[in-house]
Design a protein around this ligand. Structure first.
Ligand SMILES: [Fe+2]
Length: 269
């Protein structure tokens, strides 16, 4: 049996604090074999710097996924991203060119407690970033080589449309253990196990402020929606309230997901 805790988008300083506050107890309660999170907004709404990636590693995270701010702190983290020990991965389906290499690992294999899992991060080409290989074809390519070598395969699919999450999960049914959608930052109530054994949820949500727009301040987002202009300076992390930690708890047996549960804590302040 493999037990997983999956958090998504730990959104900046306040929410790194929240993870540090709650994760030790969650680890005691769930005894997870592996922990995964996302760090696309981890450092002041931009990609995690090495210091913050290592803080997460210290807390017990085995893998951090990315997009769409993946490369916003390259000065700080490029060397780390390319290192053997990096726990940070980026989407697998960026274009690949021998001369112009996109930094970072495009999947990660984690071995612990006699268990071996593969984590793949994909990004959609619909309404989000069209300059990538088709994620369906890319995931076929990866799974064609590796599917029987692991105890579980986890896919983080970063996309805008909910329909695409469903299509991808059905496409992966019986080939991956779990597919979760990310990016929309609003949790869906549709977690379930498909007709074979792959589990899915359209969106996990985030570790951030419940009273926010995608984890960002209303004083920035509202004028943006009203005027159509992104000129009202963002001050992330200030004055936002109702800290939210939410996660997926997943149990996988012989490849097959047998349990998927979403859980949340709201910190009142
Ligand atoms: Fe995103």
């Amino acid at each position: 049996m493999i037990k997983l805790l999956i958090f998504w988008d730990i959104f900046g300083r306040n929410w790194r604090r929240l993870v540090k506050k709650y994760v030790p107890d969650l680890k005691k309660k769930y005894s997870p074999d592996f922990m995964i999170a996302n760090s696309e907004n981890m450092t002041s709404g931009k990609a995690a710097v090495v210091k913050h990636i290592l803080e997460m590693k210290e807390l017990g995270f085995d893998c951090l996924t990315w997009w769409n701010h993946s490369f916003s702190n390259l000065k700080d983290n490029e060397e780390y991203l390319n290192s053997k020990d990096s726990i940070q991965i980026r989407p697998a389906n960026y274009f690949n060119h021998p001369k112009y290499k996109v930094p970072g690992k495009w999947y990660i294999i984690i071995e612990k407690n006699w268990k071996k899992i593969l984590v793949i991060n994909l990004v959609s080409s619909v309404f989000i970033w069209w300059q990538v290989y088709n994620p369906f074809m890319k995931v076929d390519e990866i799974l064609a080589e590796t599917w029987d070598k692991f105890d579980a395969i986890i896919v983080d699919f970063h996309r805008e449309t909910t329909a695409e999450s469903y299509a991808m999960s059905e496409y992966l049914d019986s080939r991956a253990s779990l597919m979760y959608g990310t990016h929309t930052h609003v949790q869906t109530n549709d977690e379930h196990i498909l007709s074979w054994w792959t589990a899915m949820i359209t969106d996990i949500w985030m570790v951030g402020s419940l009273h926010s727009s995608l984890g960002q301040k209303f004083e920035w987002r509202i004028p943006w929606f009203v005027t159509g202009l992104n000129i009202f300076s963002p001050k992330n992390e200030v004055d936002m309230w109702k800290g939210l930690v939410n996660w997926l708890y997943v149990e996988i047996e012989n490849w097959k997901t047998v349990k998927i549960e979403k859980i949340k804590i709201i910190e009142e302040n």
